[in-house]
Design a protein around this ligand. Structure first.
Ligand code: GAL
Length: 678
């Protein structure tokens, strides 16, 4: 499959006579794909049961005739007014009991069986109309699932779902199990009937209930999605893939089970206010690649600016091209701009687009053309290639929900904490997978796995980690690892509970830190003093465990106690980092662990602000800033974007510059595998 470049196109906003002009301009810019249909329900089914798909079919035929592939979006994120008016139960209800209003979007109740039936029907009609239409390559279900609901039908479905989760040895629903798992003697919460179980619509509900509810909402979205997936699969060509577009690290639902029913993972990459941060963006790309452990699409990205951020600044000249290449370097097989041309009315009038309201190209259109020219030159080199990562950072929605519900220190943002570990790795241009804490790790070629933290640990997670380490893997466990059991309760052991033996450490006590705590780090003879903030654990190492850092004087409790430990387990090693270290110490510690684990960057000694990624044999060099930079390669490379230049070991990158470097002999120059003894 080529690397696609495209846009979201809304032909329903314009007279048909205009469409060919749009398509010609798309081709002239070098676009290869359009996404159509999502949000068009009112035009596809203007009256209940009366469908008008002719226009969508004609738009698809014209796109195909113009050489563009088509992704069809189901319109279910925007139910039409006739539907919400006639059947108000399809509208979501928020935590305060208020029903969502018509006139925005995503106002539906994902648990409504009636709504699912309407969605399946419109999806089926679309699949019947376009399932074998030339040019169609895939389908997008809905758009950015996001809303929770607290409706009576959600409560009913939740209680039925709980009856499948909490069962006795015979597999029968067991309230006793639920009561035990949630410790419901506490505050007399005990349930004597399933019907008594509330939805956690208010603050400070039982952590077991809260976590179960989040899992249930994932289940509801999965069922909702499945109804449409089935409708499409029944009628569409089997070569069509099915996806949905996500929002990076958004945590409204657990993306891992949702992705099991999809063929492709996608995300919508927006910066909003500010500028491109290559490493932060890389984390979201790594995350999305990890959903299916394969390449993904950037289904939407900003053509210059958005309209919804506090300051909707336009990205600098060239920045969006670098943004796209950053995605491609991390495994994106497509980049689509949102949107082609703004509707004259509606909520998104000020958003960036490729055409203006007059139907003529805006300045940004030129930059898209440059990207298209890049892809025409080097697309074939990247065809079929992917990213191979020596590091995995583990990620879990359960963990994020559990910590967010009981942060203990308001600054303990679980996502910020995960990124605190991802960034020092990404900034060294080390390829990293972000995968589920339930992903298999053995036999994947990882030299380093990072759990930041692995907060909820059950037997199966513990067993996979142990197997990975025993085979020689290095594992980093951060503070708050092993703090909770599957039901979000405290385990009966000292933390990290089921990981105690593997980590060779116990947490004597944990402290939310008011100011900062001093930390003395000692790594293979080199020492450094710095600080920790937010969270600090007093660690008790086992007999065979080495202490890498101790707290300096501070609150009295922590003085002189171990803060970071290292334990040899089988052929591998486990590092336990008991505190939220300040950035400089964190960077130092991770640099040392990376070296110990023998992890190699894609390229070494890059100028500040330059990052390298690798797909197959192709190296992608990116300058994330406005200062020009020169990269010295360890081998003579040829920049495929500048075919007129001879191979050289010096590659110049202008502001936001990109080079796509090939070298047949690059592997001979690799520094080889370092071992942990060095
Ligand atoms: C996305 C959404 C698009 C559009 C875009 C604007 O979240 O999927 O439909 O609204 O934001 O930035």
């Amino acid at each position: 499959m080529p690397i696609h470049l495209g846009a979201a196109w809304y032909p329903e906003h314009w007279p048909e006579e205009r469409w060919q002009v749009d398509l010609d301009l798309m081709r002239a810019a070098g676009l290869t794909v359009v996404r159509i249909g999502e949000f068009a329900w009112a035009d596809l089914e203007p009256v209940e049961g009366q469908f008008d798909l002719g226009w969508l079919v004609r738009a698809t035929e014209m796109a195909h005739a113009s050489g563009l592939s088509v992704v069809v979006g189901t319109p279910t994120a925007a139910p039409p007014a006739w539907l919400t008016a006639a059947y108000p139960e399809v509208l979501a209800i928020d935590g305060s009991g208020a029903r969502a209003q018509h006139g925005k979007r995503c106002h539906f109740d994902v648990t409504s069986p009636l709504y699912r039936a309407f969605c399946a029907r419109v999806a089926e009609r679309m699949a019947l109309a376009l399932g074998h239409a030339p040019g169609v390559i895939g389908w997008q279900i809905d758009n950015e699932y996001n809303r929770l609901t607290y409706s009576p039908q959600a409560a009913t479905a939740f209680r039925l779902w709980l009856q499948e989760q909490f069962v006795d040895e015979q597999g029968r629903p067991s309230l006793a199990r639920l009561n035990r798992a949630w410790s419901t003697s506490y505050w007399s919460e005990r349930y004597t009937d399933w019907a008594q179980i509330p939805l956690p619509a208010e603050d400070n509900h039982n952590p077991g209930l809260v976590l179960s509810f989040r899992r249930f909402m994932t289940h509801a979205y999965r069922e909702y999605q499945r109804a449409q997936v089935q409708a499409i699969r029944a009628h569409a060509d089997p070569s069509h893939w099915i996806t949905s577009n996500f929002m990076g690290f958004f945590d409204g639902f657990d993306h891992y089970p949702i992705c099991e029913d999809l063929d492709l993972a996608c995300w919508d990459h927006y910066i909003g206010t500010g500028n491109l941060d290559l490493d932060r963006a890389a984390a979201s790309h790594d995350l999305t690649r990890g959903f299916k452990r394969r390449n993904f699409w950037v289904m939407e990205t900003q053509p210059g600016c958005v309209n919804w951020a506090p300051i909707n600044n336009v990205l600098n000249r060239g920045e969006a091209r670098a943004m796209a290449w950053n995605g491609i370097g991390h495994g994106a097989d497509a980049v689509l701009y949102w949107q082609w041309r703004p509707a004259p009315g509606g909520q998104e009038q000020y958003h960036g687009s490729l055409l203006g309201p007059d139907g003529r190209p805006r300045p940004f259109y030129r930059e898209v053309g440059e990207l298209a020219a890049d892809l025409q030159l080097v697309g074939p080199l990247l065809d079929g290639t992917t990213v191979s990562a020596p590091v995995a950072v583990l990620h879990s929605y359960d963990d994020r929900w559990a910590i967010d519900h009981q942060r203990h220190h308001r600054g303990f943002d679980p996502l910020a904490h995960l990124l605190h570990y991802h960034r020092p790795i990404a900034r060294r241009s080390i390829a990293t997978d972000i995968v589920s804490t339930r992903a298999d790790l053995v036999g994947r070629g990882y030299r380093l796995v990072v759990g930041a933290p692995i907060h909820i640990v059950d037997e199966s997670i513990a067993a996979e980690l142990a197997a990975y380490v025993r085979e020689g893997g290095h594992l980093v466990l951060s503070a708050r690892s092993g703090f909770k059991d599957y039901n979000n309760a405290l385990p009966p052991q000292r933390q990290p509970a089921l990981l105690q033996d593997l980590a060779g450490v116990q947490v004597e006590e944990y402290y939310a830190v008011l100011d900062t705590v001093k930390v003395d780090l000692s790594l293979g003879g080199a020492t450094a003093t710095g600080e920790a903030h937010t969270w600090a654990e007093w660690l008790v190492p086992g007999r065979a465990t080495q202490v890498l850092a101790r707290y300096g004087s501070g609150n009295g409790w922590l003085d002189g106690q171990p803060a970071v430990t290292m334990h040899q387990a089988g052929r591998g090693r486990v590092y336990y980092v008991g505190a939220w270290l300040a950035d400089d110490l964190q960077d130092r510690l991770l640099a040392w662990i990376i070296a110990q684990a023998g992890v190699e960057p894609v390229l070494d000694k890059l100028p500040v602000g330059v990052r390298a990624s690798r797909r197959g044999d192709v190296h992608i060099l990116l300058n994330g800033g406005r200062e020009a930079a020169t990269v010295t390669l360890p081998w003579p490379g040829k920049d495929a974007l500048r075919p007129d230049r001879a191979a050289s070991d010096q590659i110049d990158l202008g502001p936001y510059g990109v080079a796509v470097v090939t070298n047949d002999q690059a592997d001979q120059y690799q520094t080889g595998q370092r071992t942990s003894d060095e």
